[in-house]
Design a protein around this ligand. Structure first.
Ligand code: SAM
Length: 262
């Protein structure tokens, strides 16, 4: 018998449905990520853009370094759930339709968001907004790798048995961002690096993170016994964890590129 595969619409625009979970459980990014990005930005640090800013995790860091930051985020429920400092202007629009001043920004960042966009149209916009030689920094992490065999096997079993059919192809096409940016003539010196990031998590943090993803939240929304399913997953993880703690590998892929426009 053929198992029906649901048609997955672009779920990158549905994070607002889990905005509270997102703001509680998505981890902040490591300092090493920001240090590495800054090394490639020529000062002075005046204007930056955070594209697909969500609840503002990386926007808040940008706002400590740059005088002015523009957070572009199409989903008002995401910006509502976040905190944005005074020097941040929120633009509730998509990367494809946002209108910003040309030749103005030293840095555009996009964390766990670029792969949801129409890359060609957004890269055109970013190139226009950036100053000549301005920096584009695109970063993302993958499905968590847990340094506890039992827990890692458990979440992978759930991934392939229940969640994978709701994972958008773009999340599985891990080369997407690098391919699009390096294939775009508007950017040069495209480099990719790995930023190690290991966190001490417990069952609540792991389940919370998973529930904040587009695919687990979508799977959850199809269930009649949602509460029981989540509680059962939580209990199994807690039972398998030593002292309820384990290391989650959330290492990041960072792509840096320089605007060629002059
Ligand atoms: C996984 S969240 C990442 C949010 C934030 N950058 C972070 O690191 O936590 C992806 C975000 O991209 C936004 N997004 C989806 N499509 C977009 C588009 N076409 N233009 C701009 N943002 C988009 C979503 O609304 C969502 O807030």
């Amino acid at each position: 018998m053929k198992i029906p595969v649901p048609i997955v619409q672009n779920p990158g625009r549905s994070f607002g449905k889990v905005n509270e979970i997102y703001s509680c459980y998505r981890p902040i990014y490591p300092q090493q990520l920001f240090d590495t990005i800054l090394m490639s930005v020529k000062g002075p640090y005046l204007d930056a853009v955070d594209l697909g800013a969500g609840t503002g995790i990386s926007t808040r860091w940008l706002s400590t370094v740059f005088q002015r930051v523009t957070a572009i985020e199409p989903d008002k429920n995401m910006t509502k759930a976040g905190e944005f400092p005074q020097n941040v202007e929120i633009l509730n629009s998509s990367g494809e339709t946002a209108k910003l001043k040309a030749n103005t920004y030293q840095l555009v960042t996009s964390g766990n968001a670029f792969y949801w966009m129409d890359a060609k149209s957004v890269l055109n916009n970013i190139s226009e907004w950036l100053e000549p030689d301005g920096t584009l920094a695109v970063f993302r992490y993958d499905f968590p790798k847990i340094h506890n065999r039992e827990i890692d096997d458990l979440i992978n079993e759930h991934l392939y048995r229940y969640w994978d059919m709701y994972r958008h192809e773009r999340l599985k096409d891990t080369d997407f961002s690098f391919r699009e940016i390096s294939g775009c003539s508007l950017f040069k010196n495209v480099a990719i690096e790995r930023i190690p990031y290991f966190m001490k998590w417990d069952a609540e943090k792991l389940v919370g993170f998973l529930r904040s993803t587009s695919y687990v939240s979508k799977y959850e929304s199809t269930l009649d016994n949602k509460k029981e399913y989540i509680e059962d997953l939580y209990k199994k993880i807690k039972f398998a964890a030593m002292d309820n703690c384990f290391i989650a590998d959330m290492s990041l892929e960072l792509i840096l590129a320089e605007n060629v426009k002059n």
